[in-house]
Design a protein around this ligand. Structure first.
Ligand code: CP
Ligand code: NVA
Length: 300
């Protein structure tokens, strides 16, 4: 294992990522017995809302024999301005791991730098690595564990999910087809790094992006913190909705993924979201299995 934090998919090798996914599959199949994290605690810091991330980490810790503490930034001293440095040092004296969801990615990096226990990124404005790991597990369940040769279409916003998909494509070597409007591109450094190593298509045409893809995925057009821009953003992204026409251009066996929460009828039509190609609830469940694997590897 090349690092003991889980901040970005790009910090890991292909072997590491496939190892996490393999352990996730064994956990899901009930093949891992015992309580590997008995007596251990995970601090979960949230500066943003969450349903899936909070519940899956908390339940995951319980299932592994450990304990998770929900710490909303507003109700802790972080919310009053206590430094990330001091928080990292103090929490490291109590707990065996820290999961953090926040705005600024640099805050997670700072936490990881100063914490003496593993830090797990539960979403930043830049990345959402645990979610894309769960998405990869869902893809493996459908198409087998060999992800090379896979073709994934991303439609909509070049946001934290798109950036993490780019990192995954780069490390694992699959094709990513991005259908993203001008001005909303992913992080330029992450995009450039992926473009140099794996097939990446960046087009302004949603149908071209979907062409032949085995996986079609999208995310909200209004990420946490962008609520004030909703009206304007909905107009910009309208041509990138995943609907029947888009799915019709993908591979006939294509699956649809969405990390959720979704604005039903905006980034995806309800017909696709609730249709036979949708795997959104398997995807949500897989957060639990993947994060248990990550916690076992890092904190076990
Ligand atoms: N997908 C995801 O991270 O969901 P939550 O915001 O509910 O945690
Ligand atoms: N891009 C979304 C993902 C939510 C899980 C956001 O950052 O709000």
């Amino acid at each position: 294992m090349s690092t003991r934090h889980f901040v970005s998919i790009s910090d890991y090798t292909k072997e590491d990522l496939l190892g996490f996914l393999s352990l996730s599959r064994r956990l899901k199949a009930g093949e891992v017995g015992g309580l590997p994290l008995a007596g251990k605690s995970l601090a979960m810091i949230f500066r943003k809302s969450s349903t899936r991330t909070r519940v899956s980490f908390e339940v995951g810790m319980t299932q592994l024999g450990g304990h998770a503490l929900f710490i909303s930034s507003a109700a802790s001293q972080l919310g009053r301005g206590e430094s990330v440095y001091d928080t990292a040092k103090v929490l490291s004296r109590y707990v065996d791991g820290i999961m953090i969801r926040t705005f600024d990615h640099a805050e997670v990096e700072e936490m990881a730098e100063h914490s003496t226990v593993p830090v797990i990124n539960g979403l930043t404005d830049l990345l959402h690595p645990c979610q894309v790991m769960a998405d990869l597990l869902t893809v493996q369940e459908e198409f087998g564990s060999d992800l090379e040769g896979m073709s994934v279409a991303w439609l909509g916003d070049g946001n934290n999910m798109a950036n993490s998909w780019l990192n995954a494509a780069r490390v694992l070597g699959f094709e990513l087809r991005l259908g993203i409007p001008e001005g909303q591109d992913p992080d330029p450094d992450i995009l450039a790094a992926a473009q140099g190593t794996t097939p990446i298509l960046l087009t302004r045409d949603a149908l071209e992006a979907a062409e032949g893809a085995r996986v079609v995925t999208t995310d909200t057009w209004v990420s946490m913190g962008q609520e004030d821009e909703k009206e304007e953003r909905v107009k910009v992204f309208q041509p990138y909705q995943v609907n029947r026409e888009v799915m019709g251009r993908a591979h006939p066996e294509a699956i649809f993924l969405h990390c959720l929460p979704a604005y039903r009828g905006l980034e995806v039509s309800e017909e696709v979201l609730d249709g036979p190609q949708s795997r959104i609830f398997d995807e949500a469940e897989n957060r639990l299995h993947v994060q248990k694997a990550i916690m076992m590897e890092l904190m076990g």
